[in-house]
Ligand binder design. Structure first.
Ligand code: AHR
Length: 424
C-alpha cells in the first residue's frame, strides 16, 4: 500500500513537471505521498526550490518525522492514531471507571526540524500516575441554575474520588471575580487551574499570567476565545452548537406548521457566554432551512428562572399573546416561563410548545405534567471526566484538545419512564 501511494505520487509529480515552475509548496495528504513527491522533485532537480508539507508524522526510518529531520520535508502534521487512548478508555469501561467521555478530539502537532527531537521524546515518555494529591484551583461561574448546582456537586464529589485538593471559588456571574480567582490560584502555585468562564472573551491577560507561571489551564463546561493561541490546554464539556441544532430539529420534526408563520420566542442565556452564543447559532442554522418558523422575539434571560418568568410577563404586558413555540436556552428559564404563562391563563405545553436545554430532573417533571414538550440534554456531570483528564495531564499524558460528554434529546413521550433514572 505504502509503495503504491509513493509510486502514484511520483508519477503524478512527474506528469505535472511543466506546471511546477509556478509551484512553491507541495501539500501531501500522507507522508508516503510526500516520499513519492520528494523523489520526483529530486529527480527533476527541484527539491531545493519546492518545499513539501506532509501529514501523518510516522516515526519510522525515512518516514515523515525522519524526512523532516533530513530536510526532505519542511514539516509534517501529526495525525494521532488514538490507539493508546482507545486501549486506555476501553480498560476504563471494562473496569467501570467513571469519567469516560463520549468523544475525545486528540491533539495534532506540526513537526519541523526545530521540534522533531522533542516530539520523538514526548512519544517515548513513560507516564505513570503516582496517585499523589493534585491541587486544583477551580473558578465556578456561579449558582444561576439547577444545572450549575448539579455541575458543582459533580466537581466537588469527583475531586474527593480522584484525590484532588480543590480550591473552589464561586464568582456569582462576575468575570472580574473569576480573573481575581485565577490570579489567586497562580499566587498559591496550584498544579492546575480550571475555569467555567461566564463569558467567552476578556481572558487573555490572566491566562497569559498562568502560562508564564507554568500552570496549565483547563476550560470546564464553557469555552473562551483568546487572541493568543494555546493559552488553555483542553476543553471538557458539551457541544452547544449541536444542542441548538437538536432543539430546532425536534421542532421541525414534531411541531407541524399549522399556519404560514410559526412564531418562536427565544429565551437566551447570558450575553457572550459560549452556550448562549452557540445554542443560538446552532438553532438558527436549522431554522433557516425551515421557512414556516420564525423567531419573533429573543431576549437574554441569563439562565435564571426569575428572568425567564420576567421575559414572558413583559411580552404579555406589551403584546397580545401570539407565540406558538418557546425555545429556552436552559430549563430554569423555561420553568420560569411556564409559571408566567399559567398565571396568565395560557396552558404551557398545549397552547404554546416549549423546548429547553439541560434536561434536569425538574424539566422531566414538567414533561411528565405536559407543561414542557422537549428537553435537549446538556450533561453537567463533568466532574469525573475532568478529574480523570487532569490526573492524566499531571502524570505526563498528552491532553486531548476537546473532551465531549454524552448527550441525548428527551420529550414528553418518554419522560415518565426515565425521570427516576435521572442522575441530576
Ligand atoms: O454552561 C451551561 C449552561 O449554564 C447550562 O445550560 C445552564 O443551565 C447553566 O447556567
Amino acid at each position: 500500500m505504502e509503495k503504491e501511494l509513493k509510486d502514484t505520487a511520483y508519477d503524478a509529480m512527474a506528469a505535472m513537471q511543466e506546471r511546477l515552475k509556478d509551484v512553491d509548496v507541495v501539500f501531501a495528504n500522507s507522508d508516503y505521498v510526500a516520499q513519492g513527491a520528494y523523489e520526483a522533485l529530486r529527480d527533476m532537480g527541484l527539491e531545493q526550490s519546492i518545499q513539501i508539507v506532509g501529514t501523518d508524522g510516522f516515526t519510522g526510518e525515512d518516514e515523515g518525522v525522519d524526512m523532516v529531520m533530513q530536510g526532505k520535508m519542511a514539516a509534517t502534521i501529526s495525525c494521532p492514531t488514538g490507539g493508546r487512548e482507545a486501549i486506555q478508555y476501553a480498560t476504563n469501561i471494562l473496569e467501570q471507571e467513571s469519567g469516560v467521555p463520549k468523544q475525545v478530539i486528540l491533539r495534532s502537532r506540526t513537526i519541523t526540524k526545530e521540534n522533531a527531537d522533542w516530539y520523538l521524546a514526548e512519544l517515548k515518555k513513560e507516564t505513570k500516575d503516582a496517585g499523589d494529591v493534585i491541587t486544583m484551583g477551580y473558578s465556578q461561574v456561579g449558582q444561576e441554575s439547577k444545572w450549575r448546582l448539579a455541575n458543582t456537586r459533580s466537581i466537588q464529589e469527583a475531586a474527593r474520588e480522584f484525590n484532588i485538593r480543590l480550591l473552589f471559588d464561586d464568582a456569582n456571574q462576575s468575570q472580574e471575580k473569576q480573573i481575581a480567582a485565577i490570579r489567586r490560584f497562580i499566587q498559591e502555585r496550584v498544579d492546575v487551574i480550571v475555569v467555567s468562564p461566564v463569558v467567552e472573551t476578556g481572558w487573555d491577560e490572566a491566562l497569559k499570567e498562568a502560562k508564564e507561571a507554568g500552570i496549565p489551564v483547563v476550560m470546564s463546561d464553557r469555552k473562551v476565545v483568546t487572541e493568543e493561541k494555546d493559552l488553555t490546554t483542553t476543553y471538557i464539556g458539551a457541544d452547544f452548537l449541536e444542542e441548538g441544532r437538536r432543539a430546532m430539529r425536534w421542532i421541525r420534526d414534531n411541531i407541524s406548521p399549522y399556519k404560514e408563520e410559526m412564531k418562536i420566542l427565544e429565551l437566551k442565556g447570558n450575553k457572550g457566554a459560549s452556550p448562549t452564543e452557540e445554542r443560538g447559532r446552532g438553532f438558527a442554522e436549522i431554522l433557516k432551512e425551515c421557512p414556516n418558523y420564525q423567531i419573533v422575539y429573543s431576549e437574554y434571560g441569563n439562565f435564571t428562572y426569575e428572568e425567564g418568568k420576567e421575559i414572558i410577563e413583559t411580552y404579555l404586558h406589551n403584546h397580545v399573546w401570539d407565540v406558538d413555540i418557546i425555545y429556552a436556552h436552559n430549563d430554569d428559564m423555561a420553568l420560569g416561563a411556564i409559571e408566567a404563562l399559567e398565571q396568565s391563563g395560557i396552558t404551557p405545553g398545549k397552547d404554546v410548545k416549549i423546548i429547553s436545554v439541560d434536561a434536569t430532573r425538574e424539566a422531566f417533571q414538567a414533561m411528565v405534567e405536559g407543561k414542557l414538550n422537549c428537553a435537549v440534554e446538556c450533561n453537567p456531570l463533568l466532574g469525573a471526566p475532568l478529574m480523570k483528564a487532569v490526573r492524566d495531564m499531571v502524570s505526563g499524558k498528552e491532553m486531548p484538545v476537546r473532551i465531549i460528554t454524552e448527550e441525548k434529546v428527551y420529550d414528553e413521550s418518554m419522560a415518565e419512564d426515565l425521570i427516576n433514572l435521572r442522575a441530576y
